[in-house]
Write a protein that binds this ligand. Structure first.
Ligand SMILES: Cc1cc2nc3c(=O)[nH]c(=O)nc-3n(C[C@H](O)[C@H](O)[C@H](O)COP(=O)(O)OP(=O)(O)OC[C@H]3O[C@@H](n4cnc5c(N)ncnc54)[C@H](O)[C@@H]3O)c2cc1C
Length: 509
């Protein structure tokens, strides 16, 4: 018997990725009465970021009431900033409750997709076979390809070494000499969790981060009951949290206002670290917000435990039993945890997407930087929508809000195509260029261009193609309407027959 989740030969919409974006897209398609789609996911389960990152202490840094779908509130978060297992559970539950599960093709990695001009569709190769799709939705996220520095000798290491996003739970840490390389968002969550059990912990810091007091707390049974009983109350709280977070964008855009959070972070450091020398090593030399602002009450205390050493010399080399720093010092370890972030400015999926004329997205982006129109469409890549595309990241609010804005925009685009009997939609290059000029102009004077740091937000051309430079509300406005003037809509080309179907698919021209 054929497995029920075999790949169809053709679908109307193929979604790649089953994180917040891909699952959200699938739900919105179903709600719009569009059932002819599949979700191709390389992992064995849905969840994306929240399936992959299982390191101890993994937690969202945006309140859970907001870091969840507006159409699927969860009254039962056990903490105002839920940890990974609960967020992963939530995404699996939503997948089932909204009927997305039958559309999933798990363990199915997209290896190549190219636009077939003549047929007017995408030809897709995956680890489980080929298919074609009229529309391709790329929902692979911005933080899903771990980045590990290409250090000399890295292959020679004899102990266990893994990235925070690929945590090896079979590796026992108790009593070990562990190196955590990197002090970004994941590392500062891991360090306090593993410090009590490891023998020796060396934390290798290249650049200290600004860290604010953590505002999270366990939720109370009463508030959970109230949210369950009165969903409107939870919506009200979500709204209040949302608008409160929107204000956080002001310091990113106004230097004078930046002094306020910077003072709060300095006070937090002073309260938690008594030793002025250590404090100095933990004080960033760039303005707050230039890199992601982190939240923790536990990181600084953990660093000051007797089994922890903060190393601020750069990591230069790896030897079979040690990490070696630029001063020539050998730090003997038997485990290395890479807390070194993700490939962000050169999205690997771009190496697998070929648009009009066989052009590889990676080549275009390498030359011009990661660019699209309204973070969602890309000139020369017809019928392709990218979720969490260029300039859609946020430093201050929930990315789920951005994703939901994009979902509505894609549905509107599909409706427009139907209404005009258009089989092919391509973004006009001049519209995309004008949009990007406007985004980069908005970037001027923000902390990301003037804050004095080298962050993963900035690409090799010195441009911030990662973040949206304004409020998330302004992105919602920018995607509220699908402006046909920005796109070329052309009629449906001749469509190949579905192999499994006896009847002919309609050919319009
Ligand atoms: C540890 C961590 C904590 C975070 N915390 C927050 C937070 O608090 N607030 C916030 O706003 N953001 C946070 N983020 C950012 C987070 O990535 C986004 O919020 C969100 O999860 C992105 O969802 P997504 O569906 O777009 O991408 P992802 O969740 O990354 O999902 C992409 C999916 O695509 C799949 N995929 C990739 N390539 C292929 C391929 N070739 N073929 C098939 N499948 C493929 C991947 O396996 C993955 O399942 C965090 C990120 C990390 C890593």
């Amino acid at each position: 018997m054929m497995p029920t989740d075999q790949l169809p030969s053709h679908v109307d919409v193929a979604i790649v990725g089953a994180g917040f974006s891909g699952i959200g897209m699938a739900i919105r398609l179903r709600q719009a009465g569009r059932d002819d789609f599949v979700v191709l996911e390389r992992s064995a389960e849905v969840g994306g970021t929240w399936e992959a990152n299982t390191y101890p202490g993994c937690q969202c840094d945006v309140p859970s009431n907001l870091y969840s779908f507006s159409f699927a509130p969860n009254p039962d978060w056990s903490h105002t900033f839920a940890e990974q297992p609960e967020i992963w559970d939530y995404l699996r539950r939503v997948t089932d409750e909204f009927g997305v599960r039958p559309h999933l093709r798990l363990g199915c990695e997209l290896s190549d997709a190219h636009w077939d001009e003549e047929a007017g569709l995408w030809r897709i190769e995956t680890s489980r076979g080929s298919l074609t799709a009229r529309v391709l939705v790329v929902a692979v996220g911005g933080l899903c390809e771990p980045s590990i520095p290409a250090l000399p000798g890295i292959e020679s290491f004899k102990g266990a070494a893994f990235h925070t996003a690929r945590w090896d739970h079979s590796h026992e840490l108790r009593g070990r000499r562990v190196a955590v390389v990197g002090t970004g968002a994941s590392a500062i969550q891991v360090v306090p969790r593993i410090q009590p059990e490891v023998g020796q912990l060396s934390v290798f810091q290249r650049t200290p981060a600004w860290i604010m007091p953590h505002p999270g707390r366990p939720t109370r049974p009463l508030e959970r009951r109230l949210f369950r009983r009165f969903p409107a109350l939870q919506r009200l709280v979500r709204g209040a949290v949302y608008w409160g977070r929107e204000l956080y964008v002001v310091p990113f855009r106004m230097r004078r206002v930046r002094r306020i959070p910077e003072r709060m972070a300095r006070r937090h450091l002073e309260e938690q670290v008594a030793d002025p020398k250590l404090r100095e090593r933990l004080t960033p030399d760039f303005e707050i917000g230039c890199k992601r602002i982190l939240l923790s009450d536990e990181y600084y205390p953990a660093l000051q435990q007797p089994n922890v050493e903060l190393v601020t010399e750069a990591v230069a080399e790896v030897r079979p039993h040690a990490v070696v720093t630029a001063d020539g010092r050998e730090h003997e370890v038997d485990t290395i945890v890479w807390g070194t972030g993700f490939r962000t400015a050169d999205l690997p999926v771009a190496e697998r997407l070929r648009g009009r004329g066989g052009l590889l997205l990676e080549e275009i982006w390498r030359r011009r930087g990661m660019q699209g129109l309204r973070g969602t469409t890309i000139a020369g890549f017809p019928n392709l929508f990218m979720l969490v595309g260029p300039n859609t990241g946020l430093g201050h609010n929930s990315i789920v809000f951005m994703i939901e804005s994009q979902l509505a925009y894609v549905i509107e685009a599909l409706r427009t195509m139907d209404a005009r009997a258009a089989g092919v939609l391509d973004t006009r290059q001049e519209a995309q260029d004008a949009f990007n000029d406007a985004v980069q102009a908005e970037m001027e004077g923000t902390v990301w261009t003037e804050g004095g740091c080298a962050s993963w937000y900035i690409d090799e051309h010195g441009c911030n193609r990662t973040l949206w430079p304004h409020t998330s509300w302004s992105f919602r406005q920018a995607t509220r309407r699908f402006d046909t003037g920005e796109h070329e809509l052309s009629r449906r080309p001749r469509r190949p027959r579905r192999e499994a179907e006896p009847t002919a698919a309609p050919a319009v021209d």
